[in-house]
Design a binder for this molecule. Structure first.
Ligand code: SF4
Ligand code: SF4
Length: 307
């Protein structure tokens, strides 16, 4: 677990409340300095998470970031609701990368992810704005920090889909882009899915700024079989742990079909057969492809004759 240090209690209740709720570091910035002149302060609250090994066989895997972001969201949203009469607002519409680029201790890497000196990149950030202004804990620096990479190119080589080729982020190749996108995955991306249902860790795990994974992966709240049998119920069950944005039933189902195909889950063939006839063209495409990967050719039932 990253050892982000705690901000000292300087008498600001909101800072203390965020710390008490589980945020490891709370940073108070001047709103105008961060490009949000209509508020007094921008508060960044960091929630770290432990690295996990990614299983390459068996059940689907969700990156620990998504569990952390949901827990952090619930905590921050509760505090914002409690203090809505005090000028505290939960925000998700402020771009963080330009702020991290000038915040002391932070810098971006070639993997496009911001990291904190001595701690790495395994944290999630929640944002609150507070008006009137609080005393800032930090000020942004005048210039953006250079990449924190030197001659290292490990993440470029580690990416399974070559999405960081040439030091440029090719979004259309990144696994995460397709997992949250809801459209038909390119075949070359499907073949690199492994068991990754949501999220991918390769470009963080190889980074020398991050500690190595310490433990096995956390148990997945739903199984591949459950996703395939009843996608809506599985989505509801998963939503409690990782939120609604990444748990649309058909998106989960498409990912589950691909994982079944690339990991050789022949026990799921009856489910794949059913979904190959799905009214959703995207689901049908992934289920049919997975059947082919498992050596089964899907033959659609004949249209009934209409007298
Ligand atoms: S998240 Fe995975 S697929 Fe995306 S750039 Fe990083 S290593 Fe590549
Ligand atoms: S793996 Fe190397 S190149 Fe990639 S972000 Fe980390 S330090 Fe930079």
């Amino acid at each position: 677990m990253c050892s982000l240090f705690l901000q000292g209690d300087d008498g600001l209740d909101i800072v203390q409340e965020l710390q008490d709720a589980g945020f490891a570091r709370v940073i108070v910035l001047d709103g105008a300095e961060c490009g949000v002149p209509d508020v007094g302060s921008l508060v960044l609250a960091l929630w770290p998470y432990a690295a996990e090994r990614t299983p390459m066989t068996g059940e689907a895997w969700v990156h620990p970031y998504y569990f952390a972001s949901q827990a952090a969201y619930v905590a921050a949203d509760n505090i914002a609701r409690r203090h809505s009469g005090d000028g505290v607002i939960w925000r998700e519409d402020i771009r963080l990368k330009p702020i991290f680029a000038r915040l002391p201790g932070f810098a971006q890497g070639r993997n496009t992810i911001s990291s904190l000196s001595g701690c790495g990149s395994r944290f999630h950030v929640q944002m609150l704005t507070v008006t009137p202004a609080m005393a800032p804990t930090h000020h942004l620096e005048a210039e953006e920090h250079p990449l924190r990479c030197g001659d290292c190119h490990l993440c470029e080589r580690a990416c399974p889909t070559n999405a960081l080729e040439g030091g440029v982020f090719h979004r259309e190749r990144c696994l995460r882009n397709w997992q949250v996108g809801g459209t038909v995955y390119p075949e070359e991306v499907r073949r690199q899915m492994g068991t990754r249902l949501i999220g991918c860790d390769e470009c963080q795990r190889c980074c020398p700024h991050n500690p190595a994974p310490e433990g096995e992966n956390a148990p997945m709240p739903v199984t591949l079989e459950e996703i395939m049998r009843s996608p809506k119920e599985a989505a509801v069950a998963l939503r409690r742990h990782i939120g609604a944005t990444v748990t649309m039933p058909n998106r989960l189902l498409m990912g589950a079909c691909i994982i079944a195909g690339v990991t050789g889950r022949r026990d799921l063939i009856p489910h794949l057969w059913r979904h190959a006839g799905s009214p959703s063209a995207a689901v049908a495409e992934h289920a049919g492809w997975a059947l082919m990967e498992l050596g089964v050719r899907y033959i659609p039932p004949e249209e009934p004759e209409i007298p």
